[in-house]
Design a binder for this molecule. Structure first.
Ligand code: CMC
Length: 429
C-alpha cells in the first residue's frame, strides 16, 4: 500500500521532552523507522523506536509482486487483477508471473510446464520418511517435516546466491508439493502411493495422485481440474501475510529455501491463517443444520468463539477471493451435487452481513469461508485443506523469498523489543 506523497514531503516532529523539531522525509506514504533514532533526549539515549506488536502498521520491505487494497477489495499479482488471472490463466502461468514478473510467452510456458512436469517425482527416501509417520498424523505436521527434510536431500540448495541453483529448488518445490500432499493423504488413508502421471496437467496430475484406483490411466474431471486450478491461483500470493513474512524472515538468515518454506508451512498451519479453512468445516459440521445458525451467531457475538472464515487483517469490505470462490463452488457442485454445508454457510453469511456486530467490526467472508466446502465436495478430507492452501501459496513464498534475497536494503531480520522485565538484581551471597 502506498500513500499519495511527493518527493519533497516531510513529517515535522516536535519532541516535547526537548523542544527539538525534526524533519523526516516521507516516501511512498512511509517514514523510515531508523530516522526516528536521531530523536534523543541526550547523548546516552538510544533514540526513539516504534512499537508495533503484530506489525499492524509497519512495512517490512518494498515489493513488486502483489498489490492488496483492503478497503476496496483489490488484489493484483504483478499488476494483473486476480479476477482476470483466475478466469484466463493457469496456475503454472501464474507461478511464472509471480516469479519472473511477466506472464510467459507460448515458448516460455511450454518450457516451464515441461520443467515442472519433469520434477514431480520425489526421492524414494522421502517416501520412506513419510512411511514413518503415524497413520493419524496431521498432514500439515507431516508437510512441515517433509518440506524441511527436502533440504537434506538437496544440500546444494544452500547456495542461495546462485540464481541457477535457486531456480532448480523453486522448480523442485512447485513440482513436488502436489506429490508430497497426495502421498501424505494416501499414507493417512492406508492406500498405496499413486505416482505422478506426466501426461496430465498440474492439477489433473494432483487429482490422479489423490484418487487413482485400479484403472490403468486416471482421467481427471475437467471441471474439477479447472476449479482446482482457480483455487490455487487465488491462493498463490497475498503479500506480507504471516507465512510469507516467516519465509522472508527465515530466508533473511540465508537458510536454504526448503528450511525457509518449512517454517512458512508451520506458520500457515495455525487456525488464524491457513488452518482457518479446516476450522470453517469443523464449525459448519458442529452447527449441523440451518436452524442452529442464529444461536451460533449469538454465541460468536457473546465472545465465546470467533466465526471462522470471517474477518481479515487487510480486507475490511470484501475479500475479492471469496467472490471468485463462490463462482467456483457453483461449478463444482454441478459435478459433485450440492453440499448440505453450503446451505449453513449461506445462512451464516446472510445473517452476518445484516448484523450490526459484523458490520461494525467490518467482518466479511474471507477466502477460507467457501474453499473448504469446495474441497470437501471434491472428496478431499478436512485435514488436507491447509495442505492445499500450501500448494497454492508455494510460488508466492518463493517469489517473495527471492525478492528479499535480491533486495540490497534487506539484512537478517531482527525486530527490537521494549523490555518490561525486572530491573537489574543479584543472586543472594
Ligand atoms: N468472529 C468474530 N469476531 C471477530 C472475528 C471473527 N472471525 N474476527 C475479528 N473479530 C473481532 C474481534 O473480536 C475484535 O473485536 P473487538 O474489537 O470488539 O475486541 C475485532 O473484530 C478485531 O479483531 P482482531 O483480532 O484485532 O482483528 P485482526 O485483524 O487481528 O484479525 C483475523 C484478523 C483474520 C485473524 C480475524 O478476523 C480472525 O480471527 N478470523 C477468523 C479466522 C480466519 O477466518 N482466518 C482466515 C484469514 S484469511 C486467510 C489467511 O490469511 O490465511
Amino acid at each position: 500500500m502506498t500513500g499519495a506523497t511527493s518527493p519533497g514531503d516531510r513529517l515535522s516532529i516536535t519532541d516535547s521532552r526537548t523542544g527539538t523539531v525534526y524533519e523526516l522525509p516521507i516516501q511512498d506514504g512511509t517514514i523510515r523507522a531508523a530516522d526516528l533514532r536521531q530523536i534523543k533526549t541526550g547523548a546516552g539515549d538510544f533514540g526513539l523506536m516504534t512499537y508495533d506488536p503484530a506489525f499492524q502498521n509497519t512495512a517490512s520491505c518494498r515489493s513488486q509482486i502483489t498489490f492488496v487494497d483492503g478497503d476496496n477489495g483489490v488484489l493484483r499479482y504483478r499488476g494483473y487483477p486476480i479476477e482476470e488471472l483466475a478466469a484466463k490463466r493457469s496456475f503454472l502461468e501464474v507461478c511464472y508471473l509471480l516469479l519472473q514478473g511477466e506472464l510467459p510467452t507460448a515458448d516460455q510456458e511450454a518450457q516451464w510446464v515441461d520443467e515442472i512436469t519433469h520434477h514431480t517425482f520425489i526421492h524414494e527416501g522421502i517416501r520412506k520418511f513419510i512411511d514413518g509417520f503415524h497413520h493419524d498424523a496431521h498432514p500439515m505436521g507431516m508437510l512441515v517435516s517433509v518440506v524441511g527434510a527436502l533440504s537434506t536431500f538437496y544440500p546444494e540448495a544452500k547456495d542461495i546466491h546462485n540464481p541457477e541453483t535457486r531456480h532448480k529448488q523453486i522448480v523442485r518445490l512447485i513440482a513436488k508439493m502436489p506429490t508430497i500432499a497426495a502421498f501424505l493423504y494416501r499414507h493417512a488413508a492406508g492406500l498405496y502411493y499413486a505416482y505422478p502421471d506426466n501426461d496430465l496437467r498440474y492439477t489433473g496430475n494432483f487429482l490422479n495422485m489423490m484418487w487413482k484406483g485400479t484403472e490403468l490411466k486416471y482421467k481427471p474431471d475437467p471441471v474439477l481440474e479447472r476449479a482446482l486450478d482457480v483455487l490455487l491461483v487465488i491462493h498463490a500470493d497475498h503479500e506480507q501475510n504471516c507465512s510469507t513474512s516467516t519465509m522472508r524472515l527465515v530466508g533473511s538468515s540465508q537458510a536454504d529455501p526448503y528450511s525457509s518454506m518449512a517454517a512458512a508451512c508451520a506458520a500457515l498451519y495455525g487456525p488464524l491463517h491457513g488452518g482457518a479453512n479446516e476450522q470453517v468445516l469443523r464449525m459448519l459440521t458442529a452447527i449441523g443444520q440451518v436452524s442452529n445458525v442464529p444461536d451460533y451467531i449469538r454465541r460468536v457475538k457473546a465472545g465465546e468463539f470467533r466465526l471462522m472464515g470471517f474477518g481479515h487483517r487487510v480486507y475490511k469490505n470484501v475479500d475479492p477471493r471469496s467472490r471468485l470462490i463462490q463462482k467456483v463452488a457453483e461449478e463444482v457442485f454441478e459435478v459433485t451435487g450440492p453440499s448440505p454445508l453450503l446451505d449453513i454457510a449461506r445462512e451464516i453469511e446472510r445473517i452476518a452481513l445484516e448484523d450490526e456486530y459484523f458490520i461494525g467490526h467490518r467482518l466479511y467472508p474471507n477466502v477460507d469461508f467457501y474453499s473448504g466446502i469446495i474441497y470437501l465436495a471434491m472428496g478431499i478430507p478436512v485435514e488436507m485443506f491447509p495442505v492445499l492452501f500450501a500448494i497454492g501459496r508455494t510460488p508466492g513464498w518463493l517469489a517473495q523469498w527471492e525478492e528479499g534475497l535480491s533486495d540490497s536494503e534487506q539484512k537478517i531480520g531482527r525486530p527490537r523489543q521494549v523490555y518490561t522485565g525486572p530491573e537489574p538484581r543479584h543472586l543472594p551471597d
